[in-house]
Every structure is written in C-alpha cells, then in structure tokens.
Design a binder for this molecule. Structure first.
Ligand code: ATP
Ligand code: MG
Length: 630
C-alpha cells in the first residue's frame, strides 16, 4: 500500500532541533524520520522505520550469506553473567542497571557477549556442533557520557551483533574472515565508503580487531593512513622503535641549576645557552618529560603511574588506555590530581626524573617511589636526555637510558602526529577523522573461560571454545548514510534505501491530476515499486516540492500541468535531471530504473570484495550508490 502524505504520520519541521550540530541529525528530525524522547534516545516515525528496515534487511542478508543464524535476546538481562566476566565493573558508569522487586540486579544490555556464550553452553557440548555463528539485530543501552549528533551517538541504539564459536584458532580465523567479508559487502551495498583499520581491543579483550571507519569530519575517531595502505586507529599505531645506541663514550650524567625554566621551551633555550651539547643543539625531543597519571582499577583502587616520553610529544590518555599496556580491565586513566600528588611528595612537580643511577632510582616499582614508571618505546637504551633532578630549579643532563635508569616497561602514550613515520615503512602518516560503524574482534577464550564454555574435542577431552564478536551500528549507519547523502535542502537517499522508491506529487488542482496520480501509483505498486504519494488537496505545489526535497526520495514524478499534453515530469534528484515523459511510458521506465538501482547496489558488494582481494588490503572500499540508472 502506498504511503499517502494526506494520512502519513509525519509533520515536517522548519527548525533544526535545539543544539544540533550535524546534517544527519538536523535533517532526520526536520524531515520527520525521528523525534527525540530524551537525551540520546529517539522515537522512530514511519518514514524512519522504512529506511531502517531496508538497512537491516541488507545487514541480515549479508549475515545469512556468511552463514550466521539470527536469534534474539532480551535487552533486560540479569547482572550475574556480567559480574562473572568482569564487565559489571569494566563498563563503569556507561552501564544502565536496575533492580527487580526482589532486589536482584539487572542491566540493560550494552552488548551481549556473556549471554551468547551462555546460550551456546546451554545447548552445545561437542566439537561436532562447531563452528557456529549466530547474531541478532537488537537494541543496546549505554549511558554515554556525551550522547551527541542524534543517531550517531545514542544512549539507546540498534546494533547488529554476531558471535562465532570455534574449537581452534584456525577456525576462529576463518569465522573472522567470513564476517570481515560480510561487513565489506554490507557497507558497499549500503553506499557507505568505509575503511577497515587496525584497532585495539580495549576492555573487550582478545587478540586481533579491526574497526570499520566511515571517513567523515563529523566523526569522533582519529585514524591514520600511510601511502602504502596501512590504516589504523591512533590507539593501535605502533611507533617505530629505533635500535639501541652504544653509550660507552657518552658523557656522565650531571645535575645543573636551571632556574626559570617552567616549560620545555624555556628549558631547551637555557640548556643551549648554558650547557651546550658538543655535537648539535638540544631540542625538545632531547628532554624526557615525566607525566604523573592515575589509573582507576576495576576494584576501585587508584594507582599512580609516571609515563616518560620525549618532551616534544603530548600525552594521549585515550591511546595509553586503549593499548592494553596498563594491564587488563583498567577502567580509567586520567591526569593525576593535586590530591594524588600530595600523597607522593617525592614527585616534585615540574622536576620529576628517574634519578641519577639505577642504585638511586626514584621512579619505578624498584625505585624509592614504588610508582610504576613506563616509557615511550622510543626511549631505547643509549638515548641521552635532559630531565628533572627531583629538586626545584634543577635538571639532570646526559642521563642515559639503560645506563643510568630503567623502567617497568613501555607504553604507547604519546600523541600520534601528522608526518610520523608509518609502521609499514611506506612514508609519513596522514591523519583523518571518521565514524566507527562496526568493529570485529577475535575475542579468543576470555568469555568462554570466565563463563566456562567447553565442548568435548575429538579425543573426548573438555576444551574451551574460542570466540569472535562482531558489532555493526545499524542506527549509526543510518545517520552516516544521511551524512553522505543529502543536499542543501534535505535528505537525498541512495535510490535503494529511500523510504519509498518513488515520490509522486499531484501538483495542481483538478480531478484529472488527482486521478492520474492515483492511477500511476497503483500501476507502479502492482509492479512492486513502492510509492509515497503526495495527495494532499489543500497544500500548494511549492509546499509539496519543499517536503519532497526534505524527505529525500531521489525519484520524483510530478503530475501537473503537462498532463493536458499527456506527459508527467520525472526528476532524478541524484543526477539533477528533469524530463517530461509520456504517461503511457512512465511506469515501464520507472520500474526498470528502480530495479536497476537495486541490482547495482547489490553488485557493489562483489566489486568491493574484488577490490579488497586485489591487493588493496586496508585500502578504502569505495561504495557505489547508484546514480546512473535513473
Ligand atoms: P564508540 O567508540 O563510538 O563509543 P564502541 O567502540 O564503544 O563505539 P562497540 O562496542 O565496538 O562500540 O559497538 C559496535 C558498534 O556499535 C560500533 O562500531 C558502533 O557502530 C555502534 N555503536 C556503539 N556505540 C554506539 C552509540 N552510542 N550509538 C550508536 N551506535 C553505537
Ligand atoms: Mg568499537
């Protein structure tokens, strides 16, 4: 049945929603697809549900093609499995929790690894049952600190989450690869350019993981790419570690007075003026900056650590936390507070350093501070530093790593900057912004172990299952499609994702026009083409055109004055073409064009996979939204 503007539950809006920053948020609201219920929580209107349904259908088809079967879990879950996995704590304040009338703890699920694991444990017991891949398209709840940009970051949102279960690592590799292909295919069919980038597992745990990024300025993720096709989330970039340097001839470390040097810049100037280096000038990169940070562990304890890095670099706390180098399950990393520092009077603000020799070392678990001391990987043995002397107004010169001080390990905590050398050796890194639209994980055995998912192997021995987890943000994807496809005046969907295939406007008064629009509508619908018919009697053509532009169905047929001459106007807003067509022909040509558009979008998936296989590993997969057919 055609959607009719005369009765459709929609009221287009002239005003942007309060505080909206991005086009998708503004336009989905103004065109009557969604309404805000509460911060980060949205109600879906009929037009919105049409598009959402099409996106979900494509995702479901690609899951089925990858051999995954659909199930559906409740969103309301008992807390116990999440306690066992440690995520009751690890999710921290992002987790929505509540109690039932008997005071049992429940959560609104932020993601479903635990209960999928338990479901498989409930039903399966043998290696013969594996591999298994199951998924759902389900509502997730996360009390995001900063819900923003409409559907882009909601507190309630729809995710497709899939999980794979295998007996061994080779099986997991194959399951992961099948999902990777499914994602590339799905995003290509959805018309979204996307880039698979290396990522870090964070609180999820596990080994390999990739994020699928839609490159866009509205995104909150920064990723890097190299001329050679390497692409990674900044958290996952690994620094190129220089070789250790021979230090037997390096000068001995010494403490110097350095009054009035509160910043790295003033310190470098004073060093060059008063304590010049023999071979070249000191630079900020020769200073070792020691930054005091605080980790909040899952059990609530607070640990103070010191991160040492070259003074020309800023600390990136997200990167440091995301690397997993701080130990598993940490819940937060932040700059130390005045209170933290007060508890460690030996750390002299502005003049912190490791100490003058391994025997007298201040920093580190072995040192007198007992504060963990982690170093940027570039601080290799033999490198020579100016750093704090742990006394106000004094610095150590020529402190040599490996000779004069050691650490408790390394950490990638330095901000990645434009022009840093790419880990693949192909040249300087370029930085870009994007939106994470999906992420796939080789989880390994973390959840199977904590929830005891074992099956009997070929020898009858109980073996822990290895798992993968694969998330795709369905409602976020819809926002990204709206970002990618809109014009000055409204949304502009790829043909195959529009809420209806054709928007017919009865433009003008008179029985004939109304009747011809009705006839056209039923003829198209009988061919399987869906129609949004603007049959409103008392609305001017100008208003109808404006609404059509806002709503964004790319194929518009205007039944108006031309009818007297036996023609209607067919507009393709994607190509900006307008054409008068004889009424007698318009059904056949429209049906053909719409069918071609759907087929082209499906075909884009094959092209994407061929591209990815053609050596462009990690390269961008250009999505094809068909504009040629109409
Ligand atoms: P982000 O870093 O953006 O917060 P995430 O890494 O926490 O996302 P995952 O746990 O990997 O998200 O969830 C899988 C997918 O679900 C994401 O790739 C994203 O597409 C979607 N998603 C996650 N959080 C949200 C949200 N708040 N609103 C809408 N979609 C989301
Ligand atoms: Mg993610």
């Amino acid at each position: 049945m055609a959607l009719r503007m005369s009765s459709l539950f929609v009221r287009t809006q002239k005003e942007d929603p309060v505080g909206a920053e991005v086009a998708s948020h503004k336009l989905l609201h103004r065109a009557g697809y969604i309404r805000r219920s509460a911060p980060g929580i949205y109600t879906w209107l009929p037009l919105g549900l049409q598009v959402l349904g099409k996106i979900e259908a494509i995702v479901r088809e690609e899951m089925a093609r990858a051999g995954s079967q659909e199930v559906h879990f409740p969103g309301l879950l008992p807390a116990d499995p999440y306690r066992k996995s440690g995520r009751w704590e690890a999710f921290g304040p992002d987790l929505f929790h509540l109690q039932d009338r008997k005071d049992n703890d429940y959560i609104l699920a932020p993601t479903h690894e635990e209960v999928f694991t338990l479901l498989v444990k409930d039903l399966y017991s043998s290696y013969k049952d594996l591999p298994l891949s199951i998924y759902q398209v389900q509502t997730k709840y996360r009390d995001e600190a900063r819900p923003r940009a409409g559907l882009l970051r909601g507190r309630e949102f729809i995710m497709k989450d899939a999980y794979s279960f295998d007996i061994d690592d080779a099986g997991l590799d194959a399951s992961y690869e099948a999902m990777r292909v499914a994602y590339l295919r799905a995003f290509a069919r959805l018309g979204l350019p996307c880039l698979p980038v290396r990522a870090t597992p964070g609180a999820m745990g596990g080994s390999g993981t990739e994020e699928f990024i839609y490159p866009s300025e509205v995104g909150e993720d920064t990723f890097v790419r190299s001329p050679g096709g390497y692409a990674a989330n900044v958290e996952a970039v690994t620094s190129i570690v220089p070789d250790a340097i021979e230090y037997s001839l390096s000068p001995a470390a010494r403490v110097e007075d350095t009054p009035d040097t509160p910043t790295i810049e003033t310190l470098v100037d004073a060093a060059n003026a008063n304590h010049p280096r023999e071979d070249r000038a000191w630079t900020a990169a020769d200073t070792l900056k020691n930054v005091v940070c605080a980790i909040t562990h899952p059990d609530g304890t607070r640990e103070i650590i010191v991160i040492g890095l070259p003074g020309d670099r800023e600390v990136d706390l997200d990167r440091a936390a995301g690397t997993g180098m701080l130990g598993n399950g940490e819940v937060g990393l932040e700059a130390a507070t005045a209170e933290d520092l007060a508890a460690h009077p030996e750390l002299v603000k502005g003049y912190i350093g490791p100490g003058l020799s391994p025997e007298t070392q201040l920093l580190g678990l072995e040192g007198s501070s007992k504060v963990r001391f982690l170093l940027d990987p570039r601080v290799v043995d033999g490198t020579r530093w100016i750093t704090g002397a742990n006394e106000p107004g004094r610095h150590v010169f020529d402190l040599v790593a490996g000779r004069d001080f050691t650490s408790d390990g390394t950490i990638e905590a330095a901000q990645v900057v434009l022009g840093d050398p790419a880990p693949d050796g192909s040249g300087p890194l370029e930085l870009a912004r994007g939106v994470e639209i999906g992420q796939i994980f080789k989880l390994g055995r973390k959840y199977a172990e904590s929830l005891d998912l074992k099956v009997l192997d070929q020898n009858g021995k109980a073996t822990t299952v290895t798992m993968g987890s694969y998330g795709l943000g369905v409602t976020r994807v819809m926002a990204c499609i709206a970002e990618e496809y809109h014009s000055e005046t409204g949304l502009l969907w790829p043909q195959h994702l529009a809420p209806a295939d054709v928007h017919i406007i009865a433009a003008g008064k008179g029985e004939e026009i109304a009747e011809a629009a009705e006839t056209l509508t039923s003829e198209l619908e009988s061919e399987g083409v869906t129609v949004l018919l603007d049959d409103r009697g008392k609305v001017s053509p100008g208003f109808k055109f404006a609404d059509a532009e806002l709503i964004g169905i790319p194929t518009v047929i205007v039944v108006g004055r031309g009818l007297a001459d036996g023609v209607v106007e067919v507009r393709n807003r994607l190509t900006d073409e307008k054409q008068d067509q004889p009424v007698a022909e318009v059904v056949a040509s429209t049906v053909a064009a719409v069918r071609t558009a759907y087929a082209t979008a499906d075909g884009a998936a094959d092209a994407a996979i061929a591209d990815a296989a053609g050596g462009a590993a990690g390269g961008e997969v250009a999505a094809v939204a068909d504009t040629s057919a109409l």
